[in-house]
Design a protein around this ligand. Structure first.
Ligand code: ZN
Ligand code: ZN
Length: 355
């Protein structure tokens, strides 16, 4: 089945006849289009793709299996026409359509067509990767590994967090990345206690922990990997934090396979960290899906109710953050299989010292 056919097969979940797809990542997934303005409508017998005049030629090369239309200047008015006959229920992505866009949709789409919130259908298909997608994510993860090896060679002590972040993003682009998957995190000493720290104009000191979290976007697909280094001899409290996070990460990794829910995998790491007295210092979920977006379904967190299935690509990234002191996080990117997982991240996880 094509991707669009698989999404149509999910229509009964939302009792819809047609689906309007406006989120550009979902449009890309279904049609192949990589530009910045387009929408698609799919149904059992409908494959409509609308873009504006800037992208008609690009769409001709990229879009497969859809009828490509050039939309009018007032883009959404394309939806005044082109519908099958009769009363219909049109799903729209309520996670992405703004209140204003929804009002405009209601004005434009014929009255006989009911608008039905139907978010998550395309995302549910995106969560289960095809072999070709896994290979692209594998390549993006390998590039992140290479960047980590390069960072170790360059050294950390005495350079500012911001210098390191800028340099590694430059290097990943030189090596073929389209972009970083997200703004890179370089967080030393007390800044490491902030899970999503912003790199500072402060030199990295010796004798502390430094957490780097980075990912590369390659051929549209993201990677995401975190490692925490020592910059010299560590106080016991910091060495213990790293050892605890590593133990939680490796134990949770060993629990990943098709079957358990995201919540159950999350609990494996959370219990280890709580038992060591750091329960309050691990305030984020254990992991998230990665694909065309760096954060997508499924979630490994206390609210992750979906069971993992083979083909999910997820991160496993426990952390411990002690305010005023420092923190550590270790994150691997893995493919869920029937009986375990295939780890895509290759950078060493045991505590390493970088000068
Ligand atoms: Zn990350
Ligand atoms: Zn992550």
């Amino acid at each position: 089945m094509t991707r669009a056919e698989r999404v149509v097969a999910r229509f009964p979940e939302k009792e819809i006849d047609l689906l309007l797809v406006t989120d550009l990542t979902n449009v890309r997934y279904l049609t192949g289009f990589t530009g910045t303005n387009a929408m698609a409508v799919i149904g059992p017998d409908l494959r409509r793709f609308v873009t504006d005049f800037r992208y008609v030629e690009q769409a001709g090369h990229e879009v497969d299996g859809f009828e490509v239309e050039r939309g009018p200047q007032d883009f959404m008015t394309a939806l005044a026409e082109g519908w099958p006959p009769g009363e219909l229920r049109l799903g729209f992505d309520d996670g992405h359509v703004t209140v204003r866009a929804h009002r405009r949709l209601r004005e434009v789409v014929p009255e006989r067509i009911e608008l039905v919130p139907a978010g998550g259908l395309v995302e549910a298909e995106r969560a289960v990767k095809e072999p070709g997608e896994i290979e692209r994510i594998r390549a993006a993860a390998a590039l992140a590994d290479d960047i980590y090896a390069w960072v170790e060679d360059q050294g950390l002590v005495g350079r500012t967090e911001r210098e390191v972040a800028l340099a590694l993003e430059h290097e990943m682009r030189l090596r073929g990345a389209e972009d970083p998957s997200f703004p890179s995190i370089v967080a030393a000493a007390e800044n490491g206690a902030l899970p999503h720290a912003t790199p500072r104009d402060v030199p990295i000191p010796a004798g502390t922990l430094v957490t780097l979290d980075l990912g590369c976007r390659l051929d549209g697909y993201c990677s995401d990997c975190t490692r925490t280094w020592a910059t010299g001899e560590l106080p016991d409290a910091l060495a213990e934090i790293h050892a605890l996070v590593l133990r939680a990460q490796e134990t949770a990794l060993a629990a990943v396979r098709a079957g358990p829910t995201g919540e159950e995998i999350d609990a494996v790491a959370r219990e280890i960290i709580a038992a060591a007295g750091h329960g309050d210092h691990f305030g984020h979920g254990l992991g998230h899906g990665v694909g065309l977006e760096v954060h997508e379904a499924p979630r490994l967190s206390p609210t992750g109710t979906d069971a993992l299935v083979a083909g999910n690509v997820v991160t496993v990234e426990p952390g411990v953050y002690v305010p005023g002191l420092s923190g550590a996080r270790i994150e691997d990117l893995v493919v869920v299989t029937e009986d375990g997982c295939d780890v895509l991240s290759g950078a060493p996880k045991a505590l390493r010292t970088v000068g």
